[in-house]
Design a protein around this ligand. Structure first.
Ligand SMILES: Nc1ncnc2c1ncn2[C@@H]1O[C@H](COP(=O)(O)OP(=O)(O)OP(=O)(O)O)[C@@H](O)[C@H]1O
Ligand SMILES: [Mg+2]
Length: 218
């Protein structure tokens, strides 16, 4: 009787587990579907090493779950060497447009072409290799100051630290680092012993230095 009772209890326990696991199965399915929907097709185009012109044609982009597009039917051209300022109200889509121009997002409709090559058709690593972006809200890595800049392009050779120094000088990060107790070796997080946090503006200088150190074609 006891063995039979244990078997029944065990069966009920296992059925219950199966029921709970079925919730995760739905999650797994939606994740697989989402991955298939968002995956980019295999690369067919090649980018130029030094892109000269970026052209947007009727570009529209909507964030998932939003009713209205953040960027709607935009066409424009950016030429090499130009300095472009996008002016508009908060939430009008400037940052989103910047992410579309640099290929961090692909448009829902319309095309973004670099020298006539649709960036949806190229290898994403090749594309990202040519881009340096300094975002509105800087990423604050809990690492020392030097790696917070070098992470822009960690594999870039820099014998003697001349390139780091140049990026620091051009962004004004050298002044920030001079005030840190251990200079470049200071960890930029209070969560670590001896770590320091920076002001918003000082973090932005670090972020600009990171973009300059990345040294993308301009
Ligand atoms: N990750 C996101 N998910 C969903 N909606 C977003 C996301 N990022 C931005 N949006 C929405 O898209 C629209 C455009 O946002 P975007 O950040 O491009 O504006 P912006 O012009 O850069 O604004 P700001 O001047 O404040 O920087 C806004 O309505 C915003 O709420
Ligand atoms: Mg913005």
């Amino acid at each position: 009787m006891r063995t039979a009772g244990q078997s029944v209890a065990n069966t009920i326990y296992q059925v219950n587990r199966l029921y709970e696991a079925s919730f995760y199965l739905d999650l797994y399915r939606s994740c697989v579907d989402d991955t298939a929907r968002r995956s980019r097709p295999a690369a067919t185009g090649r980018l130029h090493d030094d892109p000269g012109e970026i052209t947007l044609t009727d570009v529209t982009f909507r964030y998932p779950g939003q009713d209205t597009p953040a960027v709607d039917g935009v066409s424009c051209t950016f030429r090499r060497g130009e300095v472009i300022a996008l002016v508009g109200e908060n939430g009008s889509g400037k940052s989103t447009l910047a992410k579309l121009v640099t290929g961090l997002y692909l448009p829902d409709s319309g095309t973004v072409a670099w020298d006539g090559v649709d960036i949806a058709s190229v290898d994403q690593r090749e594309l990202h290799d040519r881009v340096a972006v300094v975002f509105q809200g800087p990423l604050r890595w809990p690492m020392h100051a030097e790696n917070n800049v070098r992470i822009g392009r960690i594999e870039r050779p820099d014998p003697g630290g001349a390139r780091l120094a140049e990026a620091a000088a051009r962004s004004g990060t050298d002044g920030v680092v001079a005030e840190l107790p251990d200079g470049w070796a200071t960890v930029l997080s209070r969560e670590f012993q001896g770590g320091r946090d920076l002001s918003g503006g000082q973090w932005q200088r670090i972020s600009v230095a990171r973009g300059l150190y990345r040294d993308a074609p301009s």
